[in-house]
Design a protein around this ligand. Structure first.
Ligand code: NAD
Length: 304
């Protein structure tokens, strides 16, 4: 039994995490509902509608917490090609505030959701000790800055951290990324589907249920000062293949219209696959590949 605080617990990943933690732990959610949904929050959790950017308001809520799962962020990678400020505020400043609230309340552990985007264009499968880390997007840069802040708080103030670098995480309740985007576009126009880039972008996807299995396994089986793990599947799937799977499931045959270029947006990368050998070396057995993760997610998002 622990006393856990989950930031972003009304969002896609955070709400699934709370569902996993709630039966055995006292769980409090902080979320400003900017992209989260109040209906996703487990009714057994305590919910505080607060903004992490208001440090004076959140300080008190960190009292007597064992572990902070800091999941809240602006997760929209594409946004940083047109808006340079949001990820700085919502990711870097918010994480600094969380760390300050932890330091002032002597909280010993933080779990943080980082991203494959910290690696930039890296050889694949990319291991956790790959470097130098040269992100392409401002989103990736913001996650790398958060990792740096967390590492420094661990070394300076004796906090322990688990930093998880995610591949694309997908499943029920997700409302951003390629699958919800295709579903939304096809509902608006069943005859034509716009695909960003040349459709050959090839990335790794992981179903939310297994994402949480990997996180909770690593959290229970590692105990360094700073524990960094990739979270993902061991293969890749192209954007065009995902477009075909979504179209087939919706029983549509749209014309695909590619916007061109080898990436979807400025700051995107064409290929991504993470090594999960570190997790496997601890005894973890992977379950889902990218194809199965994508198929299951399409079914769930279409309520099938
Ligand atoms: P999401 O948008 O569904 O969840 C984020 C939650 O944080 C939302 O409920 C939102 O309301 C809340 N939030 C945002 N800013 C806040 C603030 N200032 N104060 C309080 N609450 C705030 O996104 P998600 O896909 O569930 O992503 C969760 C985490 O995982 C994020 O840190 C994201 O960067 C990271 N991540 C996600 C993926 C993915 O594929 N989904 C990949 C890599 C990393």
């Amino acid at each position: 039994m622990g006393s856990y605080l989950v930031t972003g617990g009304a969002g896609f990943i955070g709400s699934h995490l709370v569902d996993r933690l709630i039966d055995e732990n006292d769980t409090t959610v902080i979320d400003n509902l900017s992209s989260g949904n109040i209906e996703f929050i487990n009714t057994k959790a305590s919910f505080l509608k607060k903004d992490l950017l208001d440090i004076d308001d959140i300080l008190i809520d960190f009292k007597d917490i064992d572990t902070v799962f800091h999941i809240a962020a602006n997760p929209d990678v594409k946004l940083s090609s047109v808006d340079t400020k949001t990820h700085f505020d919502q990711n870097i400043v918010a994480t600094y505030n969380v760390l300050e609230a932890m330091r002032k309340n002597d909280i010993p552990k933080i779990v943080f959701t980082s991203s494959s985007t910290v690696y930039g264009r890296a050889p694949m499968p990319t291991p956790e000790d790959y470097g130098p880390l040269v992100p392409e997007s401002i989103y990736g840069a913001s996650k790398l800055a958060c990792e740096g802040l967390i590492s420094s708080y661990c070394n300076t103030f004796g906090i322990k951290s688990w930093i998880f670098r995610f591949a694309n995480i997908i499943g029920e309740r997700s409302n951003h990324g390629v699958i919800p985007d295709f579903i939304q576009k096809l509902r608006a126009n069943p005859l034509e589907l716009e695909i960003l880039g040349n459709g050959k972008q090839s990335k790794s996807y992981l179903y939310i249920g297994e994402c949480l299995d990997q996180i909770l396994f690593a959290f229970s089986n590692s105990n360094d000062k700073v524990n960094i793990f990739n979270i993902g599947s061991e293969d890749q799937i192209t954007v065009t293949k995902i477009a075909e799977l979504v179209s087939n499931k919706m029983r549509l045959s749209p014309k695909f219209r590619f916007t061109g270029g080898d990436v979807g947006w400025k700051g995107d990368i064409p290929k991504m696959r993470l090594s999960i050998d570190k997790l496997k070396d601890l005894g973890y057995a992977p379950k889902y590949n990218s194809f199965d993760s994508v198929k299951k997610t399409i079914g769930e998002l279409l309520n099938d």
